[in-house]
Write a new protein. Structure first.
Length: 317
């Protein structure tokens, strides 16, 4: 939401500045003569100040975009690495990330949130379409009961844990119940007993994953389509817009991110070498001399080029 705040701040504050300038000019004109001229000067000076204020806000805005974009690219890169490990190849990882992006685009949830939930389900044994079918079921249920994304991620983690353990315990059920989802009643209806008996069964570890899943499925039938409906509400559309703006910031700063990454790769060994030399000599001058000699002219030239490239991309933003 920082982007909206900055746009609003630029507009509102600039409008206030212009109104103040106009008032100064009007007062000066009422006094006549010399004050009229002073009023004209005041308006010009005020205009320059207002312009400087807007420029400052635009610079602040650009900094925010850069920060959001670089963070987005960092998380995207990390996610690609994780999915490559989980799926065994970069090609499969990219396919999965594409599916996650498309799924998130038609839901009220962020790409990063969907990404995290998909990882939990994958680790619980869900693969391919089963991941997204289950995400739809959980998302519909969460949307129907007004569960926010952060809580939905926690619910998905607990759901995956039940699949892996084979049993649902009191803690697992409370994750849902505490968020307003009537899991105890759903299980009671599934097995044909009272809620009190379900709670006793849960405390004794007698609720199997099959019973738990059957109860989840019964609730999912009555909440089908809730996620799609929520995505069309104002809150859902704002969430989608925020996600899209973060993606845009990521695209705008992708080249800067890559340049920064290359720069850091070149700086790290230099810093490590200097640190090692300083720890051995205790002298800043001697450590610097050893570091300069160790890397030679070619390496320093590469480092300078990397710095120049990074500034070039930043300047092109």
């Amino acid at each position: 939401m920082e982007i909206f705040k900055l746009f609003g701040s630029i507009y509102v504050n600039n409008d206030k500045a212009n109104k103040s300038i106009q008032k100064t000019g009007e007062e000066a004109q009422k006094s006549g003569g010399l004050l009229v001229n002073l009023g004209g000067i005041a308006k010009k000076v005020g205009g320059l100040l207002a312009g400087a204020f807007v420029v400052t806000k635009v610079v602040d805005f650009a900094k925010k975009v850069a920060t959001v974009g670089i963070e987005y690219n960092k998380l995207k890169e990390q996610s690609k690495t994780t999915w490559t490990t989980l799926l065994g190849s970069q090609e499969k990882a990219l396919e999965q990330l594409d599916k996650i992006e498309k799924f998130a685009a038609r839901t009220p949830f962020s790409k990063m949130g969907v990404d995290q939930m998909a990882k939990y389900l994958h680790n619980a044994g869900f693969e391919g379409d089963a991941v997204f079918n289950t995400l739809t079921k959980i998302g519909d249920m969460g949307s129907a009961f007004g569960v926010q994304e952060e809580s939905l991620i926690e619910m998905t983690r607990q759901f995956s844990q039940v699949q892996q353990a084979g049993f649902a315990y009191t803690e697992d059920l409370n994750i849902l119940a505490d968020r307003g989802i009537p899991i105890y009643q759903a299980i009671a209806d599934t097995v044909g007993c009272t809620v009190a008996e379900v709670k006793k069964m849960a405390s004794e570890g007698k609720i199997t994953a099959d019973i738990y899943n059957a109860a989840i499925d019964s609730m999912a039938e009555s909440t089908e389509g809730a996620m799609d409906a929520q995505s069309k509400t104002f809150g859902g559309m704002m969430s989608t817009l925020k996600d899209n703006l973060e993606t845009l910031a990521g695209l705008l700063t992708e080249k800067v991110f890559n340049a920064l990454k290359e720069l850091v790769e070149k700086i790290l060994p230099v810093v490590e070498a200097f640190t090692q030399a300083y720890s051995e000599t205790g002298s800043f001058k001697e450590a610097l001399k050893q570091t300069l000699e160790q890397f030679g002219l070619e390496k320093w030239s590469e480092l300078i080029t990397a710095v120049e490239d990074t500034w070039k991309w930043i300047g092109d933003l």
